[in-house]
Write a protein that binds this ligand. Structure first.
Ligand code: SF4
Length: 442
């Protein structure tokens, strides 16, 4: 959310001295707004003006990075209250908890193997929260070291004890973990520690008002890599606090709340905990830390996150092309469908269920389904015939037969004319594919 040229111009000296290389201050302001100049080219900008411009140009919610390399989790930098207004940008980090009193090595290994596949996408739990449950600094450090040796995923270090945190950071500061948490009692030392190691810092308030004060005090100490927690643990209060923070940051540009957030679940039963975590993913936690660690418990949560953080204006698509399902050979049937993820993966699943190895020719329709693509002239005889050629279907099979979706039986004639192949009209619903395959190809 940049400033306009005129907004920038108000803060410039207006002497038109040309030293910045622009003929006037206004021209320089316009160049700045367009990203074609940088503020330090004007030697006469006052410190106050610099600060005002920096802070006005800053996003309403700061982007904070946790972790390193391929495992960096980026949170914050959101601009919307509601997904349908544009989109949500940075998916909530899901942080599975491991206590330093657990069998840390075993839990960490299990965590590192948590991976899920849905509609062809690899989904993961991307963070691990190591909790100083023992209250013992050296045990905490040992646990943190063990976790770091077992997984490269981003870490949250959970201890309000500055000494314990300091020991843990000696071991893993280079992994850029989130240091959680600075509180009313320890914030000066905890801030100094996080700042010296250049690690992001969690800030835990007693309630929302107190959090605003604490966040302000810490930014006054010169540290702005913050992640906020109002301290609430009861579901409705957490959601109320998160909503208030997001609203104040985006609508009012209230700086103390201009940071990403973290929420901790409190429910004991896994089902309730996942529901609670799902509510926090929706509104508006940037990180959710939870105890559940089983794949079947976490799958609904990572799926919900996937749904929430996709762009509502862009359907999820798979890459177009020719796919082989099973051990195909020159006699294998060939089905054609579109590259809308749901369509493709439903068709793929049913082709698998048919137990007859087959090809699926997946046509790029911009990620829309068969009937919509047909209505939009993105799925017709000419296009399909062209893709059959491009994917060299003739050299893959020896039978010249292709199956089209039953919903677009009307394409049979034009596709036969364009391709010279025999076109078979498949079932209207993908669920009918196994029966269809058995009747025609078994
Ligand atoms: Fe204006 Fe600064 Fe450029 Fe001089 S150097 S013209 S004061 S913007």
């Amino acid at each position: 959310m940049g400033l306009t040229g005129l907004e920038i111009y108000k803060h410039l000296p207006k002497t038109n001295c040309k030293e910045c290389g622009s003929p006037t201050c206004l021209a320089f302001a316009m160049a700045l707004a367009g990203g074609k100049a940088s503020l330090d080219q004007c030697p006469y900008v006052s410190e106050e003006a610099k600060e005002a411009l920096d802070s006005a140009a800053a996003p309403p919610i700061k982007l904070v990075k946790i972790g390193t390399g391929d495992n960096v989790v980026e949170i914050g930098d959101e601009t919307e209250l509601f997904r349908h207004d544009k989109k949500f940008f940075h998916p909530t980090g899901i942080a599975v908890q491991i206590k330093d009193t657990d069998d840390v090595a075993k839990e960490a290994e299990k965590f590192d193997q948590l991976e899920f596949e849905r509609v062809g996408l690899e989904l993961v739990t991307d963070m691990v929260a190591v909790i100083n449950d023992s209250g013992d600094g050296s045990k905490f450090k040992e646990a943190v070291e063990t976790v770091a040796s077992k997984t490269n995923k981003a870490m949250v270090l959970v201890s309000e004890d500055v000494d314990a945190m300091s020991q843990a950071l000696e071991a893993v500061a280079d992994r850029n973990p989130l240091v959680y948490a600075a509180t009313e009692d320890n914030y000066e030392k905890m801030t100094e520690l996080a700042k010296s190691k250049e690690c992001p810092l969690g800030v835990k308030g007693k309630d929302l008002n107190h959090l605003a004060e604490l966040s302000q005090k810490i930014t006054d100490l010169g540290y702005k890599e913050l992640v906020l927690d109002s301290g609430a643990r009861e579901t409705s209060q957490v959601i109320a606090d998160m909503t208030q923070m997001r609203r104040q940051a985006i609508k009012k540009k209230f700086r103390p709340f201009g940071f990403p957030t973290i929420a901790f679940t409190s429910k004991e039963s896994p089902q309730e905990e996942i529901l609670q975590a799902g509510a926090y993913v929706s509104k508006y936690a940037s990180i959710v830390s939870l105890k559940a660690s089983e794949k079947q418990q976490l799958l609904p949560l990572v799926s919900w996150r996937l749904n929430l953080f996709t762009d509502p204006q862009k359907p999820i698509q798979v890459e177009a092309g020719l796919y082989a399902v099973g051990e195909v050979n020159e006699n294998s049937p060939v089905y054609v469908t579109t590259n809308f993820s749901l369509t493709y993966f439903i068709v793929q699943g049913e082709v698998e269920n048919s137990r007859i190895p087959s090809y699926i020719l997946c046509i790029d329709t911009g990620g829309i389904s068969v009937l919509t693509a047909y209505a939009d002239n993105k799925f017709d005889g000419e296009i399909i015939a062209k893709k059959m050629k491009e994917n060299d279907l003739e050299s893959k099979v020896n039978h010249k037969k292709i199956v089209i979706p039953g919903g677009v039986a009307v394409l049979k004639g034009s596709l036969e004319d364009e391709s010279g192949w025999e076109v078979m009209v498949g079932p209207r619903e993908a669920a009918g594919i196994p029966k269809f395959a058995k009747e025609n190809f078994a």
